[in-house]
Structure formats: C-alpha cells, structure tokens
Design a binder for this molecule. Structure first.
Ligand code: ADQ
Length: 544
C-alpha cells in the first residue's frame, strides 16, 4: 500500500503541485524486463472487476473491457485489479482464465465520495464538456486520491509478481494511478486509456486539481483516446496548464521535466464482432425476433438503446419524435419508437432528475398521439436486457437513433450495424456528430441532437430512403467494424504501450546522459514543434 496523503489538509491553503523528478536508482523497485507485446503478462487496473454472479456461480461480465480482454486473460498470466462492488466471496480467478482477480474493497464513505462523488459528479460531467455542471468538493477529491492510492498499491504488488508485465490503466476513475506506479517503478511499461471524451482546455481548467490529474495520467508511457479531437484537447490542456511546471509539448508527444516522453494516440475501441454475429444467429434471438416482428407489424420501429445518462441525448430524441408526429399526422400509427434504458447511477441526483424527465416526456407524447384503439407510439423499457434480447431488438429495428450530446465512442452503434448486417437487414442509423463513432461510421446519417427539429427531419429523411441505399450503408459500416474489432484494438494498444515504453525510456536515458556530460543546467527538450498532419493508420487509429 502506498503512503496515504496527509489528512490534515484543511483546504484553506493549496499545497504546491509536486512535479515528477528523475527517480534515484535506490528508490527503484526491481527493473522490469522490457515486454513482448504479444506474450507479456498484463496487469489491468480498472474501476470494476470483470466478473459478476450468474445462475451457475461467478461468470465474466458481458460486454466492454471484460469481453475485450477475454483472450488475453485466457492465454497470458497477469492480474486484474478492480473494485469488488461490495460483493463478498469473489473467486481468485475463473476456470479457463490465467488472470488473477485482485479485489479492492471500498468503504461506504469511499463509494459515496470517490465513486458517486468525484468520479461521477465531478469528472464525468466535466470531461463530457460540462453539459451538466460538475460539482467540486474537496472531501471527494481527497477520497479520490486515497482510492487511487489503494488501487496503485494493489497493482504494484501484482506487478512485482509478474516480471515483464504491461500495466494497463483504464478510465477516469483512476487518473492518478499511472503516476503512482511510475514513482515506484520508473521503467515499468504503463498505458492509460480514457473511455470517455476529453474537453477543450478551458473547460478542463475549471477543476481545481487540474495539474494533479494531468500529471497523474502522464505517468503512463502512452495515453490513448477514442477520437482525435479528444487526444488533441488533452495535448493542448497539457501544454497550457502544465507549462509552469516545465512540461513541454512536441507534436503529439509530451515531455516531462525529467525528460521522460509520453506518447498520445487515438485508438477507437470496438466490439467483439464474431460474438454479435453469433448472437444474431442464436435460436433464442430468432425466437425473440419472431415475437417482436408480430408486436410491431405494420409500423416502422425506431430504436434507442442507452444507459440512462444525460450525455446520451435521450430527451432530445424524444422531442424529435414528438416533432415528427406533430408534423406528420400520417405517421402516428405507422411508426413506433422504443427506448431501452439501462438504469444507471441512481445515487447521483442528476440521474434521478433525468429519469423523471424522460418518463414525463414519454407520458406526454403517448397522451398526445395515441390513437384510440391503437398501440402507443413510444415504448419504454427501463432495465438491462439479456444479450439475445438486445440482439433481437437490433435485428428488428428499422432505424437506430444514436443521438448523444457527447460520447467517447458509442458501442451501441457498432453493435446495431453488425447485427443488422448479419441478419441481412437494411436498417438505417442516425448518428450524432458528437460521438467518437461518427469519425468511423461515415455511412450513417449524421445529426446534431441539439437541433431537435433538424433531428426530426433527419428521421423523416431516413424513413424515405430506398432499400438499396440503406443496405449499402449498413454493409459498408458492418464491414468497417468487422475489420476493426476489439481484439485488434487490444493487440494494437498492448503493442503501442510496449513500443512507447521503449522509446520514452530510451529518450529519457539519452537526455539524462547528455545532461550529465554537459556543465550547467540540463538542456531543454527544445521548443514545441508545430503539430504535424497525422496520417490515418490502416486500422483507423492514427499514428503520432
Ligand atoms: P457507455 O456510456 O456505457 O460506455 P456504450 O459505448 O454505448 O456506452 O456502451 C454501452 C454498452 O451497454 C453496450 O455494449 C450495450 O450493448 C450495453 N447496453 C446498453 N443498453 C443495454 C440494455 N438495456 N441491456 C443490456 N445491455 C445494454 C463508456 C463510454 C462510451 C464508450 C464505452 C467503451 O461512455 O463512450 O464507448 O465506455 O469505451
């Protein structure tokens, strides 16, 4: 466990931000072997452990990172450090996995302050362009520091047991962990992946602990984002907010005062396309499809699938449906809109308010447009669905409405095109230009969800598209997703971390040697170079 921060800080006087300094040889733990990205053990550090209780005992959680890392966990040794979510009796691993599961327990106060507070009511809204006002509380920040220290302590123990491992830290809950690892293991290959957006520097600057957060992430060798604009925002934030502590920016590389270099990359995450194709062909899915086809016969089904989150543009989508039905009376019995919403973060007041707003809009729209004797125009499921049922909804929906006000990637969009294509469907997809997915799924119908009337016109336009145009678009998007699936993303990330650890470490040693051989102050890493044009890599990521 790392030393705990001084609890006596009253908050009346801000401590100075300590900047990274070269570690002394005596401070170093064992020097790790340089990793082979294709074989090295992986120590993943993420907010949650990737398992959940199932009917037959503990099982891997569906979706997300757990799916992405399943092949890595089966074939390589390593560990996963994550919060146990309050569950007791978690197994040390699962049958068929080589990865050890290292649970972190949090106190009730830590769950309230670190998780619901700093992670979900400070950083989440802040990094999503502050579309809800972020709340800043010193107690939450202190809890966030303590919990990040606990995660780093468990990760350090795991890394000591796994020579040659790559440390891979995930998401905004753990922004301080890379630096905490770096301070104890200067040569450790460390990657940090942010799953959500990064805002413009002047928005990020609002958080009082902006330097600590940036320097925390910059403990990694490579810091990666879903989209180029998020990467660019992060680099500009580092340049403007860390200049006074000696951090310099050179293109997409950030140079720390100890001369260590940190690469930044764009690496859009994806889905396990083979799994979604399998689901599309599953007999259980087929049975569900038959039921849904009957239920919505004679109507075009528009679908929204989201966590119930204010970033997802659910209210704007409902207002657009309302505007459409207002304008086109003939569609009132021809179109149905189904919103599937996974319950999310009920402990945060903004989420409770959102749920009440969504349910209020649905009640009003149905009250206004339901024709006597006919079905309601808006259907609503507030629950998590089994994957076969979700796949069935994707298969029968004539149109998918993906309208976030801002989103890191949006996996739902990739899941929809994959299932549609596998079932030979010709659905269309309306995709917000403020998602990461919009940079990749170019054949979707773009929309600006803030313009609800414009969005309703896009829906009307999509309803009128020819079968062949819709089919061509779905095919092109599904092929793109299949060629850029999550397994490719994992392989590329691990390779980038291993390569950046070599380059960054070598650059630091070279510069320290040069500095040591010259009289006077250490040479500066040179003036920031102008940003070069970045070429698209064949996998859709950009090389910097
Ligand atoms: P999310 O905000 O949760 O993820 P998204 O990328 O769309 O958003 O992933 C949602 C996942 O939940 C999908 O895999 C979907 O299948 C599943 N899901 C949605 N509704 C469901 C339901 N009712 N029942 C069961 N499953 C449901 C965060 C970031 C995103 C980023 C991802 C991955 O906010 O921007 O794309 O991480 O990095």
């Amino acid at each position: 466990m790392l030393p705990q921060r001084d609890q006596t800080d009253s908050g009346s006087r801000e401590p100075e931000v300590a900047v990274p300094r070269p570690a002394m040889a005596s401070e170093r733990e064992r020097v790790p072997e340089m990793p082979d990205a294709d074989k090295s053990p992986v120590v993943a550090i993420a907010n949650r452990l990737p398992i959940r209780p199932g009917d037959g005992g503990w099982e891997l959680s569906p979706g997300g990172l757990a799916t992405a890392l399943r092949p890595v966990m089966r074939t390589r040794s390593g560990a996963w450090v994550g919060w146990d979510g309050g569950s007791k009796g978690m197994p040390a691993t699962l049958p068929g996995l080589r990865t050890r599961l290292l649970p972190i327990s949090l106190s009730v106060a830590q769950v309230r302050q670190y998780y619901h507070g700093f992670a979900n009511a400070t950083l989440w809204p802040l990094l999503h362009d502050a579309i809800e006002k972020p709340r800043f509380e010193r107690g939450w920040w202190r809890s966030y520091q303590d919990v990040n220290s606990a995660f780093a302590g468990a990760a350090l123990a795991a890394l000591s047991d796994c020579p040659g491992a790559i440390a891979w830290v995930h998401d905004y809950h753990l922004a301080l962990v890379p630096r905490l690892l770096r301070e104890r293991r200067p040569d450790q290959p460390i990657g940090f992946f942010l799953h959500i957006p990064w805002p413009a520097p002047e928005i990020f600057a609002r958080v009082p602990w902006r330097q600590e957060i940036l320097l925390g992430m910059l403990g990694a060798d490579v810091v990666s984002f879903h989209a180029e604009r998020y990467r660019d925002n992060f680099v500009r934030a580092s340049a403007s907010l860390l200049a006074d502590v000696g951090v310099q920016v050179n293109g997409s590389t950030i140079v720390l005062p100890d001369q260590r270099q940190v690469s930044t990359t764009t690496a859009p995450i994806s889905i396990d396309t083979a799994e979604y194709r399998r689901l599309a062909a599953d007999p259980e899915t087929a049975a569900q499809i038959a039921g849904l086809t009957d239920q919505f016969r004679g109507r075009s089904l528009l679908l929204g699938v989201d966590r119930l989150d204010y970033t997802k543009g659910i209210v704007e989508r409902l207002l657009a449906v309302e505007a459409l039905l207002e304008r086109r009376q003939d569609l009132r019995t021809k179109v149905a809109f189904l919103q599937v919403a996974v319950p999310s973060r009920d402990n945060v007041v903004e989420y409770r308010t959102l749920r009440a707003a969504v349910e209020g809009h649905i009640g009003r729209i149905n009250g206004k447009f339901t024709e006597p004797g006919s079905d309601v125009p808006v259907h609503y499921l507030h629950r998590s669905l089994p994957s076969e049922q979700l796949a069935a909804y994707y298969a029968v929906a004539d149109m998918m409405l993906v309208t976030p006000l801002i989103d890191g990637m949006n996996l739902v969009a990739k899941e929809y095109v994959t299932v549609q294509h596998a079932r030979h469907g010709s659905g269309s997809m309306i995709l917000s230009e403020f998602t990461g997915a919009s940079s990749e799924l170019r054949e979707a119908i773009p929309c600006n969800p803030f313009d609800t009337e414009g969005l309703s016109l896009r829906v009307e336009h999509a309803l009128a598209l020819s079968h062949s145009a819709r089919r061509a678009a779905i095919t092109a998007m599904a092929r793109y997703v299949a060629a850029h699936d999550v397994h490719r993303w994992v392989a590329r990330q691990l390779r980038d971390i291993a390569a950046a650890a070599r380059t960054g470490g070598r650059a630091r040693m070279d510069r320290q040697l040069v500095a040591a051989s010259q009289p006077g102050p250490a040479r500066s890493p040179g003036p920031p170079a102008s940003r070069s044009r970045q070429g698209r890599r064949p996998d859709g990521a950009r090389r910097h």
